[in-house]
Write a protein that binds this ligand. Structure first.
Ligand code: HEC
Ligand code: HEC
Ligand code: HEC
Ligand code: HEC
Length: 276
C-alpha cells in the first residue's frame, strides 16, 4: 500500500514535469535560470541547441551575452554600433539591413548563417580587400550587435548576394585602367573583375560613385562623388582638399572613360525596394 501511493506520487510528479520537458528551452534550464521569459525563449535570443544537455552541443552557434544586446529594444549598444557602421561606411561594400552595395557578402545573410564570434573575428582579421578598421573590442561588440539588429530574420533576395570573384591579380589585368593608374596606391572591389589594385597607402575606393561612399570630395561640403568631381580631383586633388597627400594623375580621355566603366557599376541596393 505504501509502495503503491509512493508510485502514484512519483507518477503524478512525472506528469507534472512533462510539459516542462516538452518546452524547447529545457536543456538550457538545467543549468541556467530563466530570464527575459516574457520576451521569448532562450533560443529566440541566444540560439544554441535546446535538445542537448551537453554544453558543447547546447552552446553550438551560441550568441553569447555580450552579443545579445541587439535583442533588447532601444539598446544603446546597437545605437552606438549603427553610428560606427555609418562612420566607417561599411555599406560601401556590404548590404546591411537591406541597404548598401553588393560588392562583398551581404551581412544580412552572414548574421543568419554565422555566430557573432566568427563575424567579430572576420572584422578583426579582415581579408585582403576589406580595410582594417583597428576597432578596439568594446566597439567591435557594438558593431556586431548592430549587424545582428539589422539583419536577423531578414530575407536576402538572390540578386543581392554578390557573385564576386576575388581572384589575385593576373597578368591580363595589367592593361586595366584602374590597376594602371590608381592601383599602386588604392584598391577597389568590382563585381565584374573582382578586386583591383594592390595599394596600401590610400583609401579603398570601393563604391566611390554610390550614395554609400563618404562625401570626401571637399573638406567643407557634403558633395557626393560623381563623374565630374572625380575628373577634377584626378587633375588636381589639392584644388578640392588643399592638404591632401595625392598628387595629380595624368589621364588620357580614353583612359578616364575606361576607368569610369570600371567604377560605375550599378551595385547599390536601396532600402525601399526591400522594405515591403
Ligand atoms: C550542462 C549545462 C549547460 C547547458 C545544458 C547549457 N548551458 Fe549555457 N552555460 C553553461 C555554463 C557552465 C556557462 C558558463 C561557462 C561557459 O561560457 O561555457 C554557460 C554560459 C552560457 C552563456 C553565456 C556565454 C557568454 O560567454 O556570454 C549563455 C548565453 C548560455 N550559456 C546560454 C545557453 C543556452 C541558450 C542553452 C540552451 C540552448 C544553454 N546555455 C545550455 C552551462 C550550460
Ligand atoms: C529577449 C532576449 C533574451 C532571452 C529570451 C534570453 N536571454 Fe539570456 N541574455 C540576453 C541578454 C541581452 C543578455 C546580456 C545581459 C543582460 O542584459 O542581462 C543575456 C545574458 C545571458 C547569460 C549570461 C549571464 C547573465 O545572466 O548575464 C546567460 C547564461 C543567458 N543569458 C542564458 C539565457 C537562457 C538560459 C535563456 C532562456 C531561459 C535566456 N538567456 C533567454 C537576452 C535574452
Ligand atoms: C572595401 C570593401 C569593404 C568594406 C568597406 C568593409 N568590408 Fe567587410 N568584407 C569585405 C570583403 C571583401 C569580405 C570577404 C567576404 C567577401 O569576399 O565578400 C568582407 C567580410 C566581412 C565579414 C565576414 C562575413 C562572413 O560572412 O564571413 C564581416 C562580418 C564584415 N566584412 C564586416 C564589415 C564591417 C562591420 C565593415 C565596416 C566597419 C566592413 N565589413 C567594411 C569588404 C569590405
Ligand atoms: C601615388 C599614389 C596615388 C595614386 C597613383 C592615386 N592616388 Fe588617389 N589618393 C592617394 C592618397 C595618398 C590619398 C589620400 C589622401 C589623403 O587623405 O590625404 C588619395 C585619395 C583619393 C581619393 C579620396 C578618397 C577619400 O575618401 O579621401 C580619391 C577619390 C582618389 N584618391 C582617387 C584616385 C584615382 C581615381 C586614381 C587613379 C586615377 C588615384 N586616386 C591615384 C594616392 C594616390
Amino acid at each position: 500500500m505504501v509502495f503503491r501511493s509512493a508510485f502514484l506520487i512519483i507518477a503524478v510528479l512525472v506528469c507534472w514535469c512533462l510539459p516542462a520537458v516538452a518546452d524547447e528551452s529545457v536543456s538550457c534550464l538545467r543549468c541556467h535560470p530563466v530570464h527575459y521569459a516574457e520576451r521569448g525563449s532562450c533560443v529566440d535570443c541566444h540560439r544554441g541547441d535546446p535538445r542537448s544537455s551537453r554544453p558543447v552541443i547546447a552552446h553550438f552557434g551560441l550568441i553569447p551575452a555580450d552579443y545579445s544586446d541587439f535583442t533588447l529594444p532601444e539598446s544603446a549598444v546597437v545605437k552606438n554600433g549603427n553610428k560606427l557602421l555609418d562612420e566607417m561606411a561599411c555599406r560601401r561594400c556590404h548590404v546591411i539591413g537591406g541597404r548598401g552595395n553588393r560588392l562583398a557578402t551581404s551581412l544580412d545573410q552572414s548574421v543568419n548563417l554565422s555566430d557573432p564570434l566568427r563575424l567579430a573575428e572576420a572584422i578583426r582579421e579582415p581579408v585582403l580587400f576589406m580595410p582594417d578598421f583597428h576597432l578596439p573590442d568594446p566597439l567591435l561588440v557594438e558593431v556586431v550587435n548592430a549587424l545582428y539588429a539589422a539583419g536577423v530574420g531578414r530575407e536576402v533576395p538572390a540578386e543581392q548576394t554578390p557573385q564576386v570573384v576575388h581572384f589575385e591579380e593576373s597578368d591580363e589585368n595589367e592593361d586595366n585602367a584602374f590597376i594602371k593608374n590608381c592601383g599602386a596606391c588604392h584598391r577597389t572591389l568590382t563585381t565584374a573583375l573582382g578586386g583591383l589594385g594592390s595599394g596600401e597607402v590610400a583609401p579603398n575606393l570601393s563604391g566611390l560613385l554610390t550614395p554609400f561612399f563618404p562625401p570626401t570630395y571637399k573638406d567643407d561640403s557634403d558633395d557626393p562623388w560623381n563623374r565630374d568631381r572625380l575628373k577634377k580631383w584626378i587633375d588636381n586633388p589639392r584644388k578640392s582638399r588643399p592638404l591632401v597627400r595625392m598628387a595629380p594623375v595624368r589621364l588620357e580621355e580614353e583612359d578616364f572613360s575606361r576607368l569610369m566603366d570600371i567604377l560605375s557599376e550599378d551595385v547599390t541596393v536601396e532600402g525601399d525596394s526591400q522594405e515591403k
